[in-house]
Ligand binder design. Structure first.
Ligand SMILES: [Zn+2]
Ligand SMILES: [Zn+2]
Length: 335
């Protein structure tokens, strides 16, 4: 693996640490390329009351959509062209689901004015905002799903530059929420702690887990869909789906999870290496063949490259923590 140039790193880190609190949500990488170009599901540009908080596990806690401020009786509109696949009550709440092919959008609470099988165009009315939502204020809970995964529905409107900036007072609340999400995301990585550190150069006896080239480096990057700067919290190694992922060094499997953003995840604890406590993480895999608690030898097969979660293609999103702090993998895996 190439070593990244270190010239601008301190400056970039200082800048990044400020932004990280605002932007380091649990969703990395880019959105799936198959998303339709969408629009807001309400007239105008609604205010986002609560953002997307992807669950760490399929049934774990989270907010599987976004809440948009709207009064009862407001028309609810199809975010993109598609076919109504559900219109009815779920736990006493009106729900409409529109199938767009690769993804589905969900709307609730809605008093539906459409029926299952009906074709709708972007902006066509689905019904009106009903009662029984989960917001303190009246709101539309808008969701986006790909198979069993939940995605951030703002991805649909972000491409058009339509994401509305919040008023300063609201922004403070959203920033607090984002900081909390970042804290939770850090805690979610098996108590590995927050923080962000540079590692000492050198290979430390670690081999690349897959033979592919670096296709995206660690650091801030402009999100290809949202057009905001986000921390890319690992190194992407391009490799065909099905390519074996091998343990870069001996270690113990400490966790295997699944998330909407990272897809299938696995963590390896390598213990102390050259004076640092080293943990590596593997994301977007098609699947893993090892279990938590299992000890692996260097070079042992742990799983196969895939494109689960938000991935624009087959690759491994490699992550490294040193002494509990997220680090640039290239500073630990450098020649
Ligand atoms: Zn909601
Ligand atoms: Zn990545």
């Amino acid at each position: 693996m190439r070593r990244s140039s270190s010239g601008g790193w301190l400056c970039l880190l200082a800048f990044a640490l400020v932004l990280a609190a605002l932007l380091a949500a649990a969703t990395p990488a880019s959105a799936a390329p198959t998303l339709p170009r969408g629009r807001w599901p309400l007239p105008g540009s609604p205010q986002v009351l609560r953002g997307f908080e992807p669950p760490r596990t399929r049934y774990g806690p989270g907010h599987r959509g976004v809440d948009l401020a709207a009064a009862r009786g407001t028309p609810v509109l199809a975010a993109a062209a598609g076919t109504v696949s559900f219109a009815g009550l779920v736990a006493g709440r009106g729900v409409v689901v529109v199938d767009h092919g690769a993804v589905r959008t969900t709307y609730e609470p809605v008093a539906a004015q459409v029926g299952v099988g009906q074709r709708v165009g972007a902006g066509d009315p689905l019904g009106v905002l009903g009662a029984g939502g989960h917001c303190a204020r009246s709101c539309l809970h808008w969701g986006l799903r790909a198979g069993e995964d939940y995605l951030d529905p703002l991805l649909l409107v972000g491409a058009g530059g339509g994401v509305r900036l919040l008023a300063a007072a609201d922004r403070a609340a959203v920033q607090r929420e984002a900081a909390e999400r970042a804290r939770l995301a850090a805690a979610a990585t098996a108590g590995l702690g927050a923080g962000w550190v540079m590692g000492p150069g050198g290979r430390h006896g670690f081999e690349d887990p897959v033979p592919g080239p670096i296709t995206s480096a660690f650091g801030l990057r402009l999100h290809p869909v949202l057009h905001v700067w986000k921390l890319h919290d690992g190194t992407d190694l391009g490799a065909a789906c099905g390519t074996p992922i091998r343990a870069p060094a001996a270690g113990r499997v400490t966790g295997e999870t699944r998330s909407a953003g990272y897809g299938n995840r696995l963590f390896l604890d390598h213990g102390r290496v050259d004076g640092r406590q080293v943990v590596t993480g593997y994301n977007h895999a098609a699947g893993y063949v090892v279990r938590p608690g299992q000890r692996l030898a260097k070079g042992e097969l742990l799983g196969y490259v895939g494109q689960t979660g938000y991935a624009t293609g087959c690759h491994l999103h490699l992550m490294v923590w040193l002494d509990g702090g997220l680090t640039n993998p290239m500073t630990w895996f450098s020649p």
